[in-house]
Write a protein that binds this ligand. Structure first.
Ligand SMILES: Cc1cc2nc3c(=O)[nH]c(=O)nc-3n(C[C@H](O)[C@H](O)[C@H](O)COP(=O)(O)OP(=O)(O)OC[C@H]3O[C@@H](n4cnc5c(N)ncnc54)[C@H](O)[C@@H]3O)c2cc1C
Length: 482
């Protein structure tokens, strides 16, 4: 298992990251990325710290590995995975969505059913199993880019009519050694910090576009791979005091460009198969285990938001007003609702082929639906509880560096039981959750990371027990007549 120091060394591997026109080759030493990298290193260190090992380290045939690679066979295994995800999420308060336990949960779920892949193309399931064991052994940090460039999906025919080439990642040639891929893949959240990215499709690929179905794992320092970062919020954070979350937990998002990248067959898990390119995640426990992690991570974020809400009402002396208590009670009920939805997933877990289990999918998709649909509203409620507080504070913490200004600040901005500095610290933290550009990105993240809203509805539609529901109506109507 990697230590934080070994992790940081391992990503100084010649990868090419663009931020604007600047090419960054060592992200561990760059003001846009250094603290984010250190947060990931912190997770690596913490998960094998003595107080966490019991839960977060598992063992098979004498080999130790991170518990998020554990293939669950019992409810206790699911409990162990749950507590692993919960601790990792708590260390970053749920602000690093694609933390090192996210994609490995997909991979672990996929690897419980290698036969699904062997049926598609002989030997592919064996490659998948070998890749899972390698990722587990090397303690790999992986992301997944399974979305195609916006617009290109629906503009396929227009692109062809114009004689142009679609920007979407596709196989352009293949030989005995492997495939060559070219094009863009979206959105590699955290890929800047990862060892490897998984590319594939969680959106349908239309028949005729078989070359786009390619599903493979690519090290991010391969020749021809470049990672195009969005704006860095970490770089915008002047101090940790002023923007504590932007400064530490900007997990980054990026488009990943593959320019004629050669990928060997042992890293290719699906090719030329429109029907199965999405299905592999649903036929296996891949999608359910990974999005269970996302539910747990969201719950830790919500815990911080509800805690902040109460502190804000204490600071602005509104906490004892009955209407404000009612709003806080409403928030507390929402947190308890989600906690219950997550716990129920384990309690009512489901059997899978091969003697494995996964969490209750119907409950998981309901929780995913709930999180996607409620985050913005919850943030809006807490923003309203802040009143104009954040705007009443000076521009930034430099005001406290000047003794004269600091004295005035403490005299006029403090409360009997709260210094001006402490009030400003609280409002800065709250604003980084609710108002900064980092906060805005999180609004978008919670809406879209698992796909658009209408897909959330469809997941629950497909997992509803319509047969059982029909019987209720049929039985009721059978009990009376004209
Ligand atoms: C911060 C962030 C992080 C992300 N991280 C990852 C990641 O790690 N890996 C990854 O692969 N992807 C990631 N994504 C991508 C995410 O999966 C997509 O943004 C999402 O699937 C929506 O696709 P799109 O952005 O192409 O929007 P579009 O598909 O272009 O949709 C635009 C709008 O039109 C609506 N719409 C489109 N079609 C329909 C329809 N048929 N019915 C009703 N409404 C429709 C959508 O709901 C949406 O509101 C991330 C996205 C964000 C914002």
């Amino acid at each position: 298992m990697l230590s934080g120091k070994e992790y940081l060394k391992s990503i100084r591997d010649g990868r090419r990251v663009y931020i604007g026109k600047e090419l960054v080759t060592d992200i561990t030493n760059h003001p846009a990325f250094v603290k984010g990298a250190q947060s990931v290193a912190m997770i690596y260190d913490q998960k094998s710290a003595p107080e966490n090992r019991d839960v977060m380290v598992s063992e098979e045939d004498g080999e130790e590995f991170s518990t998020y690679f554990l293939k669950p066979k019992t409810r206790d295994d699911l409990e162990k995975r749950y507590e692993t995800h919960r601790r990792i999420a708590a260390w970053t308060h749920g602000f690093m969505g694609r933390s090192p336990d996210n994609f490995p949960s997909y991979l672990t779920g996929l690897a419980t059913q290698p036969e699904v892949f062997n049926e598609l193309r002989g030997g592919t399931g064996d490659f998948l199993e070998a890749y899972y064991l390698k990722a587990r052994r090397d303690d790999l940090y992986m992301s997944h880019a399974v979305t195609n460039p916006q617009g290109s999906r629906r503009a396929g025919e227009e692109i062809q009519a114009a004689g142009a080439v679609s920007p979407t990642l596709r196989v352009v040639s293949e030989d005995d050694d492997g495939v060559t891929i070219n094009g863009l893949k979206m959105i590699g959240t955290a890929s800047i910090y990862c060892h490897e990215t998984w590319v594939g499709n969680l959106q349908p690929v239309p028949p005729g576009n078989e070359a786009e179905t390619i599903t493979c794992a690519v090290p991010l320092n391969y020749d021809g791979v470049s990672i195009w970062s969005r704006k860095s919020y970490e770089k915008m954070a002047n101090t940790e005091f002023d923007m504590p979350l932007s400064a530490r937990y900007d997990e980054t998002d990026a488009a990943i460009l593959f320019e004629n990248v050669k990928v060997p067959w042992e890293r290719v898990f699906l090719h030329n198969n429109v029907a199965m390119t999405r299905e592999i995640y649903f036929k296996t426990p891949g999608h359910s285990l990974a999005n269970h992690q996302a539910n747990i991570r969201f719950a830790e974020k919500l815990r911080l938001i509800v805690a902040i809400a109460r502190k804000l009402t204490e600071s602005n002396k509104a906490g004892n007003i009955p209407a404000v208590k009612s709003t806080l009670g409403n928030l507390a009920a929402q947190l308890a609702t989600l906690d219950g939805m997550v716990r129920g997933q384990i309690f009512d877990c489901e059997d899978m082929p091969g003697g494995y289990v996964t969490i209750n999918k119907r409950f998981m998709y309901a929780a995913l639906h709930w999180c996607t649909n409620n985050y913005s509203t919850i943030c809006d409620v807490v923003r309203e509880l802040m009143g104009g507080g954040p705007i009443q504070m000076p521009a930034d913490s430099s005001v406290m560096e000047d003794p004269d200004l600091n004295k005035k600040f403490e005299t006029y901005w403090s409360l009997p039981n709260q210094s001006a500095k402490d009030r400003m610290k609280l409002f800065r933290l709250a604003w980084d959750i609710l108002g900064t550009e980092f906060a805005g990105r999180h609004m978008l993240y919670e809406k879209f990371y698992a796909g658009p809203g209408f897909i959330m509805d469809l997941y629950s539609y497909h997992h509803a027990r319509w047969d059982e529901l029909d019987v209720i109506v049929d039985d009721l109507m059978a009990g009376y007549d004209l």
